[in-house]
Design a protein around this ligand. Structure first.
Ligand SMILES: Nc1ncnc2c1ncn2[C@@H]1O[C@H](COP(=O)(O)OP(=O)(O)OP(=O)(O)O)[C@@H](O)[C@H]1O
Length: 280
């Protein structure tokens, strides 16, 4: 299946992320194939799909941790990999080990590893300044010197956002960064990501099971289901016809007060259409 990108949608500038004829398979299992995708600088792409559809694997490909089985990939104009410092990554929220004594400030500083500002006093001062700015931008200054393992999940996640942004990335990869955050912190984290892309034209690829918390930010959606996919605006992709085709079962998309709800054959109403499809 080919991506639904019209010629008019194709960017004239170099894409922040560019996949051509990309294929990822583990043995016989094809997660996606013939994926053509250009993500523009400053664009917010939500990556949706059921468990096991290959969302995290896509992030791993873009991070250079997983080679494609076919096709090509470029991130910020270069092959992904360890040398590519233009990528920021916010992993899935997982509680840090309470015994971790690393301070928040040090954790954020790890995001600068590989940036060459010299080892002299000026380089070190600049580095400290950047870390302090990043901590302030996520409201983490007051707990920057607390061992990170003792912080709450929301506090730890704000540090991860700061770590991803401190290196001034062109591309920000976010793997379910709102998971297990309360509504207030979901808002803080999504606002920070949005502010970053607006201020610095950073492209954002945002893996999520729930589109609603970020719906106002989403330019396009990549929806993966069982080896099939669609790319397009939420209005194009989040429709009963498109999702029913992707899931190969009847799925209804209902819009209520500006939110999108996916209703399956068994009347389940939630944002995780995959459970509907799996049960059907
Ligand atoms: N290195 C690997 N070797 C073999 N299979 C793998 C490997 N990595 C992932 N898989 C399988 O590929 C499928 C896609 O995994 P992936 O983590 O990308 O899915 P996902 O869409 O992020 O799922 P979730 O929503 O549950 O996080 C899964 O079935 C997983 O078991």
């Amino acid at each position: 299946m080919t991506a639904q990108i019209s010629a008019a949608d194709r960017p004239t500038r170099q894409g922040a992320v560019s996949l051509r004829g990309a294929r990822l398979a583990y043995g016989d299992r094809v997660l996606w194939d013939e994926l053509d995708l250009d993500v523009r600088p400053g664009e917010f792409l939500a990556v949706l799909g059921p468990n096991g559809s290959g969302k995290t694997s896509l992030m791993r490909v873009l991070l250079g941790l997983q080679p494609l089985s076919g096709g090509t990939v470029e991130v910020a104009g270069a092959p992904p990999g360890r040398g590519n410092r233009r990528i920021g990554y916010i992993p899935q929220q997982r509680a840090l080990d309470p015994a971790l004594t690393l301070r928040g400030r040090d954790l954020v500083g790890l995001g600068l590893d590989g940036h060459r500002w010299g080892l002299g006093l000026r380089g070190r001062a600049r580095r400290r300044e950047r870390v302090a700015e990043a901590l302030a931008s996520v409201g983490a200054t007051e707990y920057a010197d607390t061992p990170a393992g003792l912080l709450s999940g929301g506090e730890q996640q704000r540090l991860r956002v700061a770590q991803a942004l401190v290196g001034d990335p062109d591309v920000l990869l976010c793997d379910e960064p709102l998971l297990s955050l309360d509504l207030a912190h979901q808002r803080v984290v999504s606002d920070l990501i949005d502010a970053r892309r607006r201020a610095a034209d950073t492209a954002v690829l945002f893996v999520t099971h729930e589109i609603n918390p970020v719906l106002p930010l989403v330019d396009r959606v990549l929806y993966l289901v069982d080896g099939r996919f669609r790319v397009g605006t939420p209005a194009e992709v989040m429709t009963s016809a498109t999702l029913s085709e992707l899931y190969r079962t009847t799925v209804e998309v209902v819009r209520v007060r500006g939110q999108i709800h996916v209703v399956g054959a068994q009347g389940v109403c939630e944002d995780q259409a995959h459970h509907v499809a799996e049960d059907a």
